[in-house]
Design a protein around this ligand. Structure first.
Ligand SMILES: Nc1ncnc2c1ncn2[C@@H]1O[C@H](COP(=O)(O)OP(=O)(O)O)[C@@H](O)[C@H]1O
Ligand SMILES: O=P(O)(O)OC[C@H]1O[C@](O)(COP(=O)(O)O)[C@@H](O)[C@@H]1O
Length: 303
């Protein structure tokens, strides 16, 4: 079974304003909301690709209730720990450019965390688990390392999509796969990463530190896949961006679905890139049909 863990889910409030004026009264020309948070997006895209997963993490309040109901209506299996504070709302403001305000999220008590740890203890060797997204402020930045180690003791394959300080910890915990974007990998090494060649250079350093596989996504420039045996680069398909929130999560979902179906890394990676771009070109997460259509344009080359 595949498990996705979202410690800090969100309701994503997507609002479009023409000529946004800071400090003024702005009225939206379009607004909508979706369940969000990285693992949740991955579970939703996996479902569309025909792969089942169970979504874990913390949900609370009316926002948490909305997410849980939405996921169940999509046929996604969920087993969230219910917490006393409300799940956050993240604002995705579109006005020519995309601006995001992500909330800090509810605080998680020790008893609530213990419930998640007990769920992890029940997982089995053939399971695959994704840890992704920010960490609620009441939990330590090393929490993912603790969770990863518990999974590794059971030989569970661990994928992590995290950023900032938690990423610095996770890269030392020998995960099966991480998926930083080019800004996030640049932050690890205190450099700017702008070209596939630069991404390759710093991705290789992560492999030397013990990470088994690395996908570095580079928005409109596409993505790289690296491990000790191969390095691939895929240029992103061309199209008009409607809402890029969830594009990175879709790369992870496409790749995980390929792995779950026993495809070689090269194919799983190509599907990941197609899913990422298909999500960027739609208001919501990509459908299977949209991803398969774009897959025809994804050309994976050795780098
Ligand atoms: N402007 C774009 N044009 C085409 N594809 C895009 C664009 N933005 C994102 N993508 C696709 O989505 C993937 C993930 O995007 P990226 O912005 O790097 O991830 P994240 O959301 O994690 O920051 C890219 O590898 C690419 O396939
Ligand atoms: O946990 P974080 O880092 O605040 O990110 C949460 C946000 O990221 C998303 O999961 C989208 O992530 P990506 O654009 O990286 O795929 C949103 O749904 C959510 O609002």
């Amino acid at each position: 079974m595949i498990y996705t863990v979202t410690l800090n889910p969100s309701v994503d409030y997507i609002v479009q304003v023409e000529n946004f004026e800071l400090g003024g009264l702005n009225r939206s020309v379009m607004d909508t909301k979706f369940p969000g948070g990285k693992g949740i997006n991955v579970s939703r895209v996996l479902k569309r690709l025909g792969v089942d997963s169970t979504a874990l993490g913390f949900l609370g309040g009316f926002t948490g209730g909305y997410i849980e109901k939405f996921l169940r209506e999509e046929g996604i299996s969920t087993d969230f720990v219910h917490v006393s504070e409300d799940t956050r709302i993240n604002i995705k403001l579109k006005s020519g450019v995309e601006t995001e305000i992500n909330g800090k999220g509810p605080s998680i008590s020790e008893a609530e965390l213990d419930k998640l740890l007990a769920q992890i203890e029940k997982l089995n060797e053939n399971d695959m688990i994704l840890f992704s997204g920010s960490i609620p402020s009441s939990l330590p930045s090393t929490i993912y390392v603790d969770l990863i180690k518990r999974c590794q003791k059971k030989n569970i394959r661990v994928i992590a999509d995290v950023s900032g300080e938690p990423l610095n910890h996770v890269i030392k915990a020998d995960p099966f796969l991480i998926k930083p974007n080019h800004h996030e990998i640049g932050e690890i090494f205190g450099v700017k990463v702008e070209t596939p060649e630069e991404a390759h250079k710093y991705g290789s350093r992560l492999l030397d530190m013990g990470v088994e596989n690395v996908i570095i996504s580079m928005a409109e420039k596409g993505a790289l896949f690296l491990n000790q045996e191969v390095s691939y680069y895929a240029v992103a398909p061309k199209g008009t961006v409607k809402n890029s929130a969830g594009a990175g999560d879709s790369v992870v979902a496409g790749f995980m679905s390929g792995i779950a179906k026993g495809k070689p890394y090269e194919e799983a990676f190509a599907l990941g890139v197609a899913c990422g771009s298909a999500t960027a070109f739609s208001m919501e997460l990509c459908t299977k049909e949209e991803a398969e259509e774009l897959l025809k344009q994804v050309n994976v080359k050795p780098l």
